[in-house]
Design a protein around this ligand. Sequence first.
Ligand SMILES: Cc1ncc(C[n+]2csc(CCOP(=O)(O)OP(=O)(O)O)c2C)c(N)n1
Ligand SMILES: [Mg+2]
Length: 618
Amino acid sequence: MTDQQLEGPVAESTPPATIAEVDAEPEHEAGTAAPDAAIAGGAPEPEPAAVAEPGPTGALPAPSSPPRPSAGRYVADALRAAGVKYAFTVPGESFLGLLDALEGAGIRVVAARHEGAASFMAEAYGQLTGRPAACLGTRAVGAANMAIGIHTARQDSTPMFAIVGQVRRDRRGREAFQEVDQVESFGRLAKWAVEVERIEALPAAVEEAIRRAVSGRPGPVLLSLPEDLLDEPVGDAAPPVARRMTAPPPDADELRAVLHLLTDARRPVILAGGGVLRARATAELVRLAEILEVPVIAAWRRPDVFPNDHRLYLGMSGYGAPATVRERLVAADGVLVIGSRLSEVASFDYAVPAPGTRWAHVDVEPRRAAAGLPGPDIAVASDARTFLRAAREQLAGAVHEAASFEARRAANAADRAAWEEASVVDGASWDGPGVHPGQVVATLGRLLPAEAILTTDAGNFSQWAARGYRFRRPGTFVGPTSGAMGYGLPAAVAAALVHRDRPVVALAGDGGFAMTMTELETAVRERLRLVVLVFDNERYGTIRAHQAARGAGLGVGTELGPVDFAAVAEACGAHGVRVAEDAAFEPALRAALGADRPTVLHLALDRRWVSVDDTPLG
Ligand SMILES: Cc1ncc(C[n+]2csc(CCOP(=O)(O)OP(=O)(O)O)c2C)c(N)n1
Ligand SMILES: [Mg+2]
């Protein structure tokens, strides 16, 4: 897709010199395909007519001329037109002209307790829905706290608007209060960033920010807006109107080549990632897998991309995966990677696709040979749904050779059985103190309905769910491929805002939960019903395990003291329950799922639980 195909706002002509911008995208990565969100039906809704406000001076415009919106209102209207429904923030005096305009533009403002959590909420919202949300912070201090969410959105390919108030223009460069070059610093974490220095430049800057956030490989964009600019009236520019984009079908020869790769291989496999979820193409993927009798492995932290109870599902790659997952991927002689970036963790330290394996990459921005990594044998620049639909049409009426089909079926059944056996997490006998993390996950699997949403924090506690929980529907998991601690609860807040009718359960370790646990008050204030499971081993257990693996047994910096997380929950207006033995977990979970407010289940673990592969001796 070319730039011209995205029709944006009617922008006034803008001298480029008035926009300070940084483009963190390498040249060769420029997007060529349409955004998943737009194709996925996640296209922004039609914008309700904007209501213009008087200018900042309070002076009403002359009756004959249409009222001119302030820059703040203009940005708010533009964000709403781009599909933004929520803005998560810790307010600051540097962007009041925008903050005060948001609700009038139809954007719900949610105040968080820390900008890092606000940025996680926006990121999780975008990941779950495919629509961008906004997070707002004030100058250097707010942006510094939001940095973790911007980085996470970049790694997760999540569309997001990070908006930062900037010092007044007449103070810029004078070591003003909380001043920093926000584009050159935090903007470097984003896909694209801009500081608007002149009101005439605003429409074009906003249009470009929207285009960058949602097109090609989606990602976070940073808008740095000077405090005084936000109160200036905008000229006659109409707010941007977001247009639905259509994706061109994949090249017919490339499509055929990919299908041949899968049909000709003896041990083919599909590795599917977030691009499939973003394109809402799970049903199409299931059909293709069934037609070709090719099994599917989910990329790390995208376990809901394929129904886990399907006979062709063979697990999730990355941390927590049983050995069968990596073995099956490495043994494949033909791999289709679809909608996955093949990151370090998802690819088992780049071991997949294995050297010599023929592989195809279908992605809005497929990999090219770079940084010592080879490119795919077949690269198809396409969003997942467009590709999968074209593949199905191509395959309609195709006849399979019965003998090879049956052989594949038998091999797939054996692989599935091996994975099922290897992914049992509650099997180990355990009579030590505290709660068995595998039992917790097994109970979750029994009690939660298929539509329940799980979010996760970072840490080894998450391995039990990664291996043992069975996701049945797309859109039921949210987790950061950045591995950012503190993500679980804010992500659950975002999920519970979107789906008030569905159970939402956040999984967190004691270390990660403590980073953002004050957001419990946010959840209470927003009247959300969510459950947080805190797996407490009183350690930064993951790092403790790394220390042990290095033979350094001292545990420098990784041993923590006790925190009464149930009491913390109560102090924030939520329910808190300490669970210290397996038998107590199920009734506590049932009560939490039926509660009228957020509940924290503080799971007291034996401190020796630090990895799903190392059962402590009882
Ligand atoms: C923001 C952030 N800081 C540091 C790390 C490094 N890190 C990864 S896991 C981990 C420990 C997590 O501890 P906890 O949440 O208690 O989970 P556990 O490993 O004990 O299961 C740390 C410090 C990180 N991933 N993210
Ligand atoms: Mg811990």
